[in-house]
Write a protein that binds this ligand. Structure first.
Ligand SMILES: [Zn+2]
Length: 269
């Protein structure tokens, strides 16, 4: 690694920590339909307004020993964890994507923002079983500069097809489960999420994401199910967007490799 890379690494890590701090606000307030701009963050127990020096990502949590400075109410360890994961998501594209030209750097920022929004969707859907429209719209907005960093007509078509295929295949699954199983198998939020992400990832990677997400869901269900000897949660709502979000971040970086490996090793092409 060159010095310039280490310099960028530190900048991206710090940016990621700060974005992660704001992401905590989004994750808490969006599903509760509160404004994400006003008011300033406060302790939910005593109403103590969090001062600037108490709002430094990760460090404040350690410095305050995970407690409100006023009433000593415990602050969830989720806050620093989200900040650290976001910092990792911001450093990751620098390590995994080429970074020589201004366009490469634009792609790094787009990949970082894309995975940040997916992290918010991961947590919100897991907790509340909803995918806020605001987050899906921000992915669509993010896909616009992503079009212009890849000045290739074929890639543009792949992304537009990704929008139709991503939304279409989940719409079809929703229709089929409604018709034959007589219940809502796929949520409307999942359909919109797949369409929006197809616009960023292209049709090959969005289909792969769906497949990877299905595998992740199966593994998690088996892991959760076996230790507590519970029945398969058929009929229960299993949030799908967390697995989908994780799968999309995997496919963003490794999708092409996985598809190439599949075509050459398994299909023998
Ligand atoms: Zn307090």
């Amino acid at each position: 690694m060159y010095y310039i890379d280490i310099f960028f690494l530190i900048i991206l890590a710090v940016a990621g920590l700060c974005v992660g701090s704001f992401l905590n606000v989004i994750i808490y307030r969006l599903p509760r339909e509160q404004s994400i701009i006003k008011p300033r963050s406060f302790c939910p127990k005593c109403g103590h307004k969090i001062k600037a020096y108490e709002n430094i990502p990760v460090f404040s949590y350690i410095f305050l020993r995970g407690k409100c400075s006023e009433c000593k109410e415990k602050i969830s360890v989720r806050y620093p964890i989200v900040e650290i994961i976001t910092a990792v998501l911001w450093v990751l594209p620098l390590i995994l994507l080429p970074s020589y030209t201004a366009i490469d750097i634009a792609n790094i920022v787009i990949a970082a923002l894309f995975s940040t929004v997916l992290l918010a969707i991961f947590i919100i859907d897991f907790e509340h079983l909803i995918i806020p429209n605001e987050l899906v719209i921000s992915i669509i907005v993010l896909s616009i500069p992503a079009f212009f960093t890849q000045n290739d007509l074929i890639v543009w078509y792949e992304k537009l097809i990704g929008f139709a295929v991503g939304g279409g295949i989940l719409y079809l699954l929703a229709y089929l489960s409604e018709k034959f199983l007589k219940k809502e198998g796929v949520g409307g939020g999942d359909i919109k999420l797949m369409a929006a992400c197809g616009l960023v990832l292209g049709w090959q990677n969005i289909l792969l994401s769906l497949f990877v997400a299905a595998i992740i869901t199966m593994i998690v269900i088996l892991l959760v199910m076996t230790p507590i000897k519970k029945k398969l949660p058929i009929g229960e709502i299993v949030p799908f967007a967390p697995a989908l979000s994780a799968a999309m971040v995997i496919c963003l970086y490794y999708g092409e490799d996985i598809i190439f490996w599949y075509l050459t090793s398994i299909m023998g092409l």
